[in-house]
Ligand binder design. Sequence first.
Ligand code: MG
Length: 465
Amino acid sequence: MTVLSGAAATDVGRVRQINEDRYLVGEGLYAVADGVGGHQAGEVAAQASVEALARHFTERTTEALVEAVREASRAVWRLAQENSERRGMGTTLTVLALVEQEGEELLAIANVGDSRAYLFQRGDLVQVTEDHSLVEELVREGQLTPEEAQVHPQRSIITRALGMEPEIEVDAWTLTPYAGDRIVLCSDGLTNEVTTEKIAAVLRQLTDPQEAARELVRQARTHGGNDNITVVIVDVVDDGGKAEQASEALAAEEAAEEAADHAADHAADHAADHAADHAADHADRDETVSVSRRPQPDPTPTPATATATATATRTRPAATATAPPAGGPERPRRLTWRVVLFLTCVVGVLGVVAASVAWYARSAYYVGVDGDQVAIFRGRPGGFLWFEPTLVDRKELSIADILPAQADELRVGKEEPSKADADRYVNNLRQEAAERRAATTTTLPPTTTTTVGGPATTVARLSPP
Ligand code: MG
């Protein structure tokens, strides 16, 4: 069962003497009326319209709501005809009602004039109604931009109102109520002063409908208050499990999509890749349509009594399509052929990187020291990442046989591009060591022995080569 909670706030504003706006917060019936006409006639028209609406809305259907609005218009028309001072009086009327259609509870919105109904859902504010005003018609015809309309001097001229003529056209929409949705009904005293973004900000901030309605009226006053301001906020407190059902339906739909994807994968394995692309693109398009929140044409017939009734339904909330409910189980991601291809590429790239690192670490040789012997190692001196150098060849050359500077270099590691180059380098060291030994033994000069009252001291002095 759908449960609604409504609250209202109204204010004369800072310029007008009389508040000619009226509102209705009833059992499943909410309305805003903005009266027009001199000599307090606007006040009378607005009051008469909401009273007649409440009286005539007895059967909870969209068609009955439209008819009740038309009855309200006739009531205002009759009042205007009875008193010459009230000729030409009229009123806007924007109504929200809880109705039933084929056993399902829906929200019906009916509108005449330039008061508005907005739907606030998951933080977004969308205008449901279309203004019957001169500037909005010019906007629809492309002769004015919405920004120009906002400040146009003739923006308060309305092209359709209750009571102006005996019979009027009524626009109507139906929405599926989801818990957390808010409907805002308001007179132009709000929308001429406060931007849609600021209205949305208040609705996000203040969850209590009464507080939110008061705050919106306060902001309209602060921004000028040039007209009467009226705001009705209706919260969908309970939707009778509709959001849950929508989620289940969505899950079923996605399961079907998944099955379709698997079929596409199968086809891709056996046929050309572009076939799978086509199937995936198609699935993507389906998803886009399913999350669309734009009103869709209502398949229900237009009420015979309304001469021009625009009806629309809303698809299930985008929220259930784009994110799981807070705390709810998250659906596992699908493993499609695209995911597999992506993972294969990632693994491939990682493999190439690892192979390059290994090649760099193991491709080189260096001449180093193993104990006190000169040796050849494979790898980088000191190792690279997790690749430690390995001993390849221990040479018959002691570190003591080579020059200190060369020994120091070998302790650090003397890199060579190949094993052959390393061998050549060690051979050179060995040869130099041999030459030095030969020089030492062949160029020793005759020793001079001096005895100074003690043991003989032998001084060997190397002569320059
Ligand atoms: Mg107004």
